[in-house]
Design a protein around this ligand. Structure first.
Ligand code: GDP
Length: 178
């Protein structure tokens, strides 16, 4: 029978999107409290951080992978995608190209590399604190999310608006997967 509480689920989550949209900032902002001494690697390569949290009475371990600059060279390899249960697709609401690149580049990249067809995707429009510079509307973001089967949120890594929610809602949805 079941041993009851204390069960831990472990999920691999990826951050994907153009350079400078705020992927590392979202990750740092999310894990900051737990890993203040753990700086983002300035070098090119893959970096990941671990965050433990409890959602709906379940203890979760999230291993969140950041491209750490690899996306600039479009050299993200299959090993980055391997075993991922969740992908956070990030664009900058003030940089339209970062939004159109999700459709033109990143969703194709994910399809060609991702081996897990049940992977849950979350679309995140970041930098909403720069409302006066916005070039992608919330409605456009929502429409693309619906079209491509993603959850959707807008965030600011600067003000921490919706940062936790991005990761938590994704984790909740992953837990739904049988
Ligand atoms: P990455 O290349 O996608 O990992 O992007 P970074 O996390 O390195 O962020 C690129 C730049 O955007 C940095 O100067 C960040 O400080 C800034 N930035 C990231 N998120 C936000 C945000 O939500 N609001 C504002 N105003 N700046 C942000």
């Amino acid at each position: 029978g079941s041993s009851g509480g204390g069960h831990e689920c472990s999920f691999k989550i990826l951050l994907i999107g153009d350079s400078a949209v705020g992927k590392s900032s979202l990750l740092v902002s999310f894990v900051a409290a737990a890993h203040l001494d753990d700086d983002i690697a300035p070098t090119i390569g893959v970096d990941f951080k671990i965050k433990f949290l409890t959602i709906g009475g379940k203890k979760l371990k999230l291993t969140i992978w950041d491209t750490a600059g690899q996306e600039r060279f479009r050299t993200i390899t299959s090993s980055y995608y391997r075993g991922a249960q969740g992908i956070i697709l990030v664009y900058d609401v003030t940089k339209r190209e970062s939004f159109t690149n999700l459709a033109d580049v990143w969703t194709k990249e994910i399809e060609s590399h991702s081996s897990n067809k049940d992977c849950i995707k979350m679309l995140v429009g970041n930098k909403i604190d720069k409302e006066d510079e916005r070039t992608v509307t919330r409605e456009e973001g929502l429409a693309f999310a619906e079209e491509s089967g993603c959850l959707f949120l807008e965030s600011s890594a600067k003000t921490r608006d919706n940062v936790e929610k991005c990761f938590e809602e994704l984790a909740l949805k992953i837990m739904d997967v049988p």
